[in-house]
Design a protein around this ligand. Structure first.
Ligand code: PMP
Length: 409
């Protein structure tokens, strides 16, 4: 058999499989060996897709909506997306500014593919969603990682943004509310960042707002394009139905932005997938335009878990975490475990060692922070049952209590 180097293009050799997908695979393997794993790695809601959404998909199948759709999505879904942006943010967009793809992930990938040439730079604030840097590399670009420490709420400051911009900068990625941090930019913070960007007209902003509805404050999560209308022509807003409506498997995401960019994305889509699934688009339109009780109910469950989990984690000596504004993740600081010895005598050198120790000794699966550009941290997903979460926290406490500053004799 040929080696990977012989059969693959350089772009594949530059990137790695997604660490979260790899972690999910490891959990599946351990479970298949009969082990009971408390899995806190999942990046998807633990709820089922709402019934009225499923019913819309079934109706679409029965009505024969089973053929190719327009490359950029069905008019009905695009109208639903425009409606959401108008209602939520007061943003107006034309039909030609909207494209629908196979998940926000694909839309983001195509946006980068449509705009990057070799050596073009993309500013990615860290901690980041695992896929951004590799998506940039796969499309010949250079990710410029900007560390955003916990003291800054894991958020990009205007100063750091200004310092990172060069003549080669094509994009800044802003994921708000963010994965893995749960931090979100306030309207004021977005306004400040926008003032820096106004001085650099060659830079576009890709906002990833996939967690916008899983949100724990009164006022809706602000969106950059609405906060600074002068920047709106340079913002590519991405979102989808995966998280809000528990529709990860339906694979529908969307992007809204400048027509030239959207047209370029559509050209690429026409030569790759042709269009997203017709049935899934019918379901997504029903999700966006139908009753929103599901969102209210699930967010209230997530909120309860968020409150319980932040308290439990902060009660564990050596661990700590901030209270997320949105999403269903906690980024837990485990710096005080580094350098400690486990009961079996091995030394925790980094967050990856700590995550492995948790899995091996307590069967709790988390994802180590370095995968997100956040060494010294690990990510917990609370998109799982309260029973599992409570038990996992008890095990976290036992695991930490088992650590000592010198190897046991
Ligand atoms: N952006 C972020 C920040 C995410 O966490 C995810 C899902 N893990 C996505 C985008 C992709 O979502 P989808 O492709 O399912 O729409």
């Amino acid at each position: 058999m040929s080696s990977l180097t012989e059969v693959t293009a350089a772009r594949v050799r530059r990137i790695n499989p997604s660490p979260s997908t790899a972690a999910a695979q490891r959990v599946r393997e351990l479970k298949s060996q009969g082990l009971t794993i408390l899995d806190l790695t999942v990046g998807e809601p633990d709820f089922d897709t709402p019934d009225h959404v499923k019913a819309a998909a079934i109706r679409a199948i029965e009505a024969g909506e089973t053929k190719y759709t327009p490359v950029n999505g069905t008019p009905r879904l695009r109208a639903a997306i425009a409606g959401k942006l108008r209602e939520r943010h007061g943003l107006e967009c034309t039909d030609a500014q909207i494209t629908v793809g196979g998940g926000a992930k694909q839309v983001i990938f195509l946006a980068l593919m449509a705009t990057l040439d070799e050596g073009d730079e993309v500013i990615v604030p860290a901690p980041y969603w695992v896929s951004y840097p590799d998506m940039v590399r796969a499309n010949d670009g250079t990710p410029v990682i900007v560390d955003c420490p916990e003291a800054d709420g894991f958020k990009l400051t205007p100063e750091r943004l200004g310092e990172a911009i060069t003549a080669r900068t094509r994009w800044v990625v802003l994921n708000t509310p963010g994965n893995p941090t749960g931090s979100a930019y306030t309207a004021g913070e977005l306004h400040e960042l926008a003032q820096v960007l106004l001085d650099h007209p060659h830079v576009r902003v890709l906002t990833d707002e996939i967690y916008d509805e899983i949100w724990y404050h009164e006022e809706a999560a602000p969106s950059l394009a609405a906060v600074e209308p002068r920047l709106a022509g340079r913002v590519f807003l991405t979102n989808g139905v995966s998280k809000t409506y528990a529709m990860t498997g339906w694979r529908i995401g969307y992007g809204v932005g400048p027509t030239d960019l959207v047209t370029a994305i559509n050209t690429l889509q026409s030569q790759t997938s042709s269009c997203p699934s017709s049935v899934s688009q019918a379901a997504a339109a029903a999700a966006l335009t139908g009753p929103q009780d599901f969102v209210r109910e699930t967010v209230s469950v997530y909120r309860g878990r968020r409150d319980a989990m932040t308290k439990l984690v902060n009660d564990v000596p050596r661990l700590g975490c901030a209270v997320p504004d949105g999403g269903f993740y906690l980024l837990v600081n485990c710096q005080d475990t580094i350098g400690q010895f486990t009961p079996s005598g091995s030394r925790i050198q980094n967050d990856e060692d700590f995550a492995r120790y948790l899995l091996d000794s307590r069967q709790v699966a988390v994802i180590h922070g370095a995968a997100y550009g956040a060494p010294g941290y690990f990510r917990i997903s609370f998109a799982t049952s309260t029973d599992v979460l409570t038990e996992a926290c008890a095990r976290l406490a036992t695991a930490c209590a088992g650590l000592s500053s010198a190897p046991s004799a």
